[in-house]
Design a protein around this ligand. Structure first.
Ligand code: PLP
Length: 325
């Protein structure tokens, strides 16, 4: 097998997407309307903005197909319920229609679609959460990579911070939320240490997750991933399923920083790029310092299966009517 990572051939945009299109850079669903992304604005008094009182889900489109859209919608519903947002202005089938239209109006073959529920705002003069009407927004932009294919080929430099990821006792990690100040301060720490990205620890010093990804490591020859204190990423779940098919055991358990340093391979999993190899942790080389055998196999299998339509739902490109989402 070649030492190179393999991606499906780059896809092209649908032919009728004119360069002049107002939706060239993306689309948004705001206030019940689909508009060009650059016209989308945040309502200032929404507690989603003022209090980070919001949840979201992000689904990718590759080669004209959504990946695991039903599972993303399930996770979004669970987030909404856990945050006790029970005045949602849209139904599940409405959201389903909106995400298809958001991609269709842009004509993107490879895209990133985010759906968002915010608390909304109470009447002016009140701080009573129960008086808020929840608000739904969404947007579609071209596909996003945490590490682009060139970077994946060399592997990412990871910084593990002792900064604690907001603990599950404070904010439910099963909700996909926007509490990211811990990650963002950690990212500055990573940049200062010459690394590309960061993973935060839990209160006991175990690694948790990073800004937009979960982590896997081969330690003592066995693939492992943290079991606690992180979002159950859709790509993490996908990799666990793939490993079953590939007869690769995966152990879900606590991983301390010291054990992580003993790994022979490490990779990150995310909707924003799939399976991302890591070549060093806090300046220590991991394995041979290049992409490991297991990582390459899982990476290949992930993209092969996506190309074959696994968990795919083709975008309804003909549904471009923005007047009635
Ligand atoms: N952990 C956090 C905190 C995230 O925000 C994300 C994705 O944005 C992930 C993990 C990876 O999840 P997924 O594979 O569903 O993209």
């Amino acid at each position: 097998m070649s030492n190179k990572l393999v991606w499906p051939a780059p896809t092209s945009d649908v032919p009728d997407r004119g360069k002049e299109s107002a939706f060239q850079k993306g689309s948004a669903y705001v206030d019940g309307k689909i508009i060009p992304i650059e016209e989308a604005k945040v309502p200032l008094l929404d507690w989603g903005f003022l209090r980070s009182d919001a949840c979201q889900d992000t689904v990718s489109v590759w080669d004209g197909s959504f990946f695991r859209l039903t599972d993303h919608l399930d996770r979004f519903e669970r987030s909404v319920q856990r945050l006790r947002m029970d005045t949602a202005p849209v139904t599940r089938s409405g959201i389903h229609r909106i995400v298809h239209k958001l991609v269709a109006v842009c004509g993107f073959r490879d895209a990133y679609v985010q759906i968002i529920m915010t608390r909304g705002r109470p009447p002016i003069g009140s701080r009573d959460l129960r008086l808020c009407s929840n608000s739904f927004q969404a947007f579609c932009v071209p596909y996003m990579w945490i590490a682009n294919p060139e970077k994946q080929e060399t592997g990412m430099a990871l910084h593990v911070s002792r900064r604690v990821r907001i603990p599950p006792q404070s904010v439910d990690p099963l909700v996909k939320h926007y509490h990211w100040l811990d990650f963002e301060m950690g990212l500055f720490e990573a940049y200062e240490n010459g690394a590309d990205t960061v993973v935060l620890s839990d209160l006991d010093g175990n690694v948790t997750e990073g800004p937009g990804f979960n982590i896997f490591a081969v330690i003592d020859g066995v693939l492992r991933t943290p079991s606690f204190g992180m979002l159950e990423g859709m790509t993490r779940r996908t990799v666990i399923e793939l490993c079953k098919e590939l007869n690769v055991d995966v152990i879900q358990e606590n991983i301390s920083f010291e054990r992580l340093l003993m790994a022979s391979e490490i990779f990150l999993t995310t909707t924003a790029g799939g399976v991302l190899p890591v070549c060093s942790v806090n300046g220590n080389r991991i394995g041979s310092g290049s992409v490991g055998e297991q990582t390459r196999r899982i990476h290949r299998s992930y993209w092969d299966k996506r190309s074959s339509g696994w968990y795919g739902e083709p975008v309804a490109y003909t549904q471009k009517d923005t007047s009635e989402p």
